[in-house]
Design a protein around this ligand. Structure first.
Ligand code: UD1
Ligand code: MG
Length: 456
């Protein structure tokens, strides 16, 4: 649908009490403005104009490539904001949709319906009925029920304040008329602001049809002005995502205790216990089970794998049937093959573990290539960093690394080798042999403990 979209994002957001511009605060891991830009992108908006003001540089940087920008300095009201967009409107697109950078959960379908209600010839207002309409602009209708205008709360009479039908801040207008109307706005009102909402009366005066279309769902039109409202929208957003996952068959122990800040693709029979956080792009194949309190970011978990509680995974691949955790950490570049076991307090970074390899307790594998069925003992580490550069450790198939070993990289352990516990390995280890690199145990017969010297 070819149209202009104007997103107002110049406001300060005083009540957020934050150094960051309001529209850059996040819901579901994405900025408020990012959500609105996604909505516009879904419309295939031909031209997307963001009005910036407070924190303009940061906002423009965050939305770079997704919109063009018009700065509004100072901010003299919503009508003044749209005035700044007028030179950037493409006249070839007869409908202009106005959205708010701080109303993030507006759905593309709702925005499209609003733009279609305008159809390049009518002024279409998105409205909603609220139990408590205070603060909002009220829809004023005549005796016949036709919309006559919008009156701001501060300018409204007691009778008008009783109206529960409010303007949500989103509208779609014929492009040429919108440009003309906003340039003609005055600011003779309670707030000395240029109100965009005053264009409704102008449309009525010109005989342009005004249509009010009701928003399908309150969540779509809620704005963010405070941390409490931000948290409320976050919960609503998360509830929606949880509902969609469950509809797709994912079993959530508690839909209220899942946080998805990105995308989560799940196969069949996936189970997720409470308090898990998913970020970036995560895929869980068929039959994956995620224990309580896991944080998983940018990862692919293979079929039937189990991630036990309190595991942290980032930038990793976990093979089918693998067991990870509890209390494990997979860092970027960790690639676990099928049936790999990673136990408690094991950290894996930039390392590949082939099928069946195990590191069950208290270990570190960094910059390592680990062969099939390797057993990597408790307390063993790869010393992969010499203080300046990283080096690789290569461990062949079926190697058994005892407990508390230090493998000083670069080093290679031949297939089938066994390394005695407590060894510090600084040279390559031949295949199939036992290597021990530690002080030999000695016992000294007849040795006596030193005695305390008598006090003088
Ligand atoms: C506006 C509407 C009101 C509606 C309400 C819905 C006007 C005059 N009133 O009121 O009818 O019920 O939204 O939430 O439009 N902004 C700018 N530049 C400005 C002023 C605002 O970019 O100079 C942006 C804000 O950042 C915000 C949006 O416009 O994203 C709305 O501004 P806000 O001050 O919240 O308007 P309200 O007074 O709430
Ligand atoms: Mg507001």
């Amino acid at each position: 649908m070819a149209l202009n979209v104007v997103i107002m994002a110049a406001g300060k957001g005083t009540r957020m009490k934050s150094a960051a511009p309001k529209v850059l605060h996040r819901v579901g891991g994405r900025s408020l403005l990012g959500h609105v830009l996604d909505c516009a992108a879904g419309l295939e908006a031909a031209r997307c104009i963001v009005i910036t003001g407070h924190g303009a540089e940061a906002v423009e940087q965050a939305a770079a490539g997704r919109a063009v920008f018009a700065r509004q300095m100072p901010q003299l009201g919503t009508g003044h904001a749209v005035q700044q967009a007028v030179p950037l409107l493409d006249a070839a697109f007869e409908t202009t949709l106005i959205l708010n950078g701080d109303v993030p959960l507006i759905r593309t379908e709702t925005a499209r319906a609003l733009a279609e209600a305008c159809g390049g010839s009518r002024l279409a207002l998105l409205t909603i009925e609220l139990d408590d309409p205070s603060g909002y602009g009220r829809i004023v209708r005549d005796a016949g029920g036709a919309v006559r205008g919008i009156v701001e709360h501060k300018d409204a009479s007691p009778g008008q304040r009783a109206v529960r039908e409010v303007y949500t801040g989103m509208m779609a207008a014929p492009t040429a008329a919108l440009a003309r109307w906003v340039m003609a706005l005055g600011n003779a009102n309670a707030q000395r602001e240029y109100y965009l909402t005053d264009i409704v009366a102008m449309a009525v005066a010109e005989g342009v049809p005004v249509v009010a279309s009701a928003a399908p769902d309150e969540t779509e039109v809620l704005g963010v002005n405070s941390p409490a409202q931000l948290a409320d929208l976050e919960r609503r957003f998360q509830r929606g995502q949880s509902a969609r996952l469950m509809e797709a068959g994912v079993r959530l122990a508690d839909p209220a205790r899942l946080d998805l800040r990105g995308s989560l693709e799940c196969g069949a029979d996936v189970e997720i216990d409470v308090n898990c956080v998913f970020e970036g792009r995560v895929t869980l194949a068929d039959g994956v089970r995620i224990g309580a309190n896991c944080v998983i970011r940018d990862a692919a978990i293979g079929a039937g794998a189990q991630i036990h509680p309190f595991t942290h995974i980032e930038g990793a691949e976990v093979g089918p049937g693998a067991l990870v955790g509890p209390f494990a950490r997979l860092r970027p570049g960790a690639r676990l093959g099928a049936e790999v076991h990673i136990g408690n307090f094991v950290e894996v970074k930039n390392s590949t573990l082939a099928a069946g390899a195990k590191a069950n307790h208290l270990a570190y594998l960094g910059d390592a290539t680990v062969g099939e069925r390797v057993n990597y003992g408790a307390g063993s580490i790869t010393a992969n960093y010499d203080g300046a550069n990283k080096h690789r450790t290569v461990i062949g198939a079926d190697v058994h690394v005892g407990s508390n070993c230090v493998l000083v990289a670069p080093v290679e352990i031949g297939a089938g080798a066994t390394i005695g516990g407590g060894s510090t390995i600084t040279r390559d280890v031949p295949a199939g042999q036992l290597s021990v690199a530690r002080a030999r145990q000695a016992s000294i017969a007849g040795w006596t403990r030193p005695k305390k010297a008598p006090k003088a």
